[in-house]
Design a protein around this ligand. Structure first.
Ligand SMILES: NC(=O)c1ccc[n+]([C@@H]2O[C@H](COP(=O)([O-])OP(=O)(O)OC[C@H]3O[C@@H](n4cnc5c(N)ncnc54)[C@H](O)[C@@H]3O)[C@@H](O)[C@H]2O)c1
Length: 259
């Protein structure tokens, strides 16, 4: 049986997911039933492109579409309401990172998914990058020995918070929007949570542009065996930078990696 899937939020990233789901629909892997977005113009554009039924109220979509699963692609700080409603209706859920920008809200969502026995998956797609899978396998098989330290950066051009998300960048941060990808990836690669985290950030450039959030956050994660990994997350790279995003991970272990 094919899963009937709906999407809530058809903005910058929602439209990427809808395009991918539409491909899966055409290949007969899922049934992309409908989408919901509060913006009628967005729904009109999606209808013109994919012939998809649209709802301005996601609850109405849940009422009418007999969905099995839903993808939640609303802004970072607006996931909870949709996720709780979906869980209440026994829909399986894939939600964009970060699950939430509030720990309490995150816990509510996890509890609701458990209570209603539905899957709640946060879309940490860095776990599916072949280079990261190779790195994880190398760590797990002991080819790098014991990881001692490492460095990660993930940085967006300033057009992301100042133009793409200028309405809600102040409700997020480079940690929630970008850093979270690698905070999760480190956990997934090493298979353990840090015992201590230090973090500091700078608010300057975006505040000067009227957007009250951090420009950058520098964090250090320490693990039980003494290893530590530093993560720089920022979204103020100049718009002249050659790509939207710049990212890097390097880990140093006690052994030399040989294939
Ligand atoms: N995995 C990734 O690499 C990746 C990349 C970009 C964004 N994201 C995540 O995707 C989420 C959405 O980001 P975006 O870039 O698409 O933002 P966006 O602002 O471009 O789009 C959000 C959309 O949600 C709609 N919306 C808001 N409230 C709604 C509601 N109650 N019901 C229905 N629709 C509603 C808005 O009208 C808008 O179309 C964020 O959590 C973001 O962090 C993930």
């Amino acid at each position: 049986m094919k899963a009937r899937v709906g999407v809530v939020g058809a903005g910058t990233y929602g439209s990427v997911l809808i395009n991918a789901y539409y491909g899966a629909h055409r290949r007969g892997e899922i049934e992309l039933a409908a989408i919901a977005d509060i913006n009628p113009d967005t729904l009109k554009a999606m209808d013109e492109k994919y012939g998809l039924k649209g709802y301005t109220d996601y609850r109405e979509m849940f009422d009418k579409e007999k969905l099995d699963a839903v993808a939640v692609v609303t802004p970072d700080f607006l996931h909870e309401e949709v996720v709780l409603e979906a869980a209440r209706r026994k829909l399986h859920i894939i939600v964009q990172k970060p699950l939430s920008t509030d720990i309490g809200e995150g816990r509510h969502m996890i509890e609701a998914a458990k209570e209603n026995r539905v899957m709640l998956y946060v879309d940490f797609h860095k776990r599916f990058d072949p280079a990261h899978i190779q790195l994880r396998n190398a760590i797990k098989s002991g080819k790098l020995g014991e990881i001692e330290y490492g460095y990660v950066c993930m940085e967006d051009k300033i057009l992301v918070p100042s133009q793409w998300f200028k309405n809600w960048a102040q409700n997020s941060s480079p940690a929630w929007f970008i850093g979270i990808h690698f905070y999760d990836l480190i956990y997934w690669l090493l298979g353990e949570k840090p015992v201590r985290v230090y973090s500091s950030g700078v608010k300057k450039k975006l505040v000067s542009m009227g957007i009250d959030t951090y420009d950058s956050l520098q964090s250090k994660f320490e693990f039980a065996n003494g290893a530590s990994i530093t993560v720089d997350a920022s979204w103020i790279l100049p718009n002249s930078f050659s790509s939207i995003v710049n990212q890097q991970i390097r880990l140093v272990g006690t052994e030399v990696f040989r294939r």
